[in-house]
Every structure is written in C-alpha cells, then in structure tokens.
Write a protein that binds this ligand. Structure first.
Ligand code: MN
Length: 144
C-alpha cells in the first residue's frame, strides 16, 4: 500500500484511501507486562489487527525522550482489553495490566515510519515510530 499512498494526494483525489481514514479513531493501548523482563506493550489497531511493539522502558510522556520499541507479532483486536496473569510455563508468563488506553488517529504511514495522534490518559499528542535498519527495532518518541 505504501506506493499507492505515496503516489496520491487524498486531499485532491476522490480515490479510496484504504487504511488512511482521516478523523477515524482507532484503538490505542499500552499494556504493562511483568514477564521475565518488565516491559510495556504498545498496540495500535491497524489492518484489522493490533500492530504490537514491546517497549523495554516506560513509554515517553514528554518530548525529548526516545524509546526503543521492538516489533512483535500482531495481536487480535480483542487483546486490547486483556488484563490478567499468563500462567507460568506459558509464553509471556506474568501479569498484564492496561497501563494506558484510548484512541489514535493515523497521520502518516510508510513502510518505515508511522506518525499518529494519540489520545490516551498518559500519552497524548503526536507520536512517531521510526523503523531502524534491522527492521524489528523502532524508535518511539513524542513529537509534540
Ligand atoms: Mn509482552
């Protein structure tokens, strides 16, 4: 879809935008996951799933803080409401609690960059995810 979006200006053409629905609010959630290593799972509803990143440190609430965000497997949409304990011996064993939840609006999406307006309780504002060279790792930070 990247090439399709790159070639078109949806302010000018009436062609369908696909995923880019300006003004469309989608699910945003961060789950605090006390697994072997405490981390924060950032999830954004996209393409019918929750795109997911594990953030090893507390997500940035202020401009100027950059966090590593490791992309992990897509999760189903209803995972956004999950809180509980994953039993010992199971994948991701430990407790999961919702750390922040709300909606987001997609501002820009290319293969290596996402810009989103997040409206949560802890995180509010424009956030950027930039994919690093090794593909799996992204930088996550607040833009304004
Ligand atoms: Mn996790």
């Amino acid at each position: 879809m990247d090439e399709y979006w790159r070639k078109r200006n949806f302010q000018k053409t009436t062609e369908p935008q696909g995923e880019i629905t300006l003004g469309g609010n989608k699910i945003y959630v961060i789950q605090k996951h006390a697994a072997t290593h405490l981390h924060f799972d950032l999830r954004l509803e996209m393409d019918g799933v929750l795109k997911s990143w594990a953030v090893p440190k507390e997500p940035p609430t202020e401009v100027g803080l950059k966090r590593l965000a490791v992309q992990v497997e897509d999760h189903p949409i209803d995972y956004a409401n999950f809180e509980g304990t994953i039993p010992e011996g199971e994948y991701g064993a430990g407790t999961v609690e919702i750390w922040d939840k709300g909606t987001y609006r997609l501002i820009e999406r290319t293969e290596n960059k996402l810009i989103v307006d997040i409206e949560g309780n802890r995180l509010r504002g424009t956030y950027v995810l930039i994919r690093l060279k090794d593909r799996k790792n992204w930088l996550f930070f607040k833009k304004k």
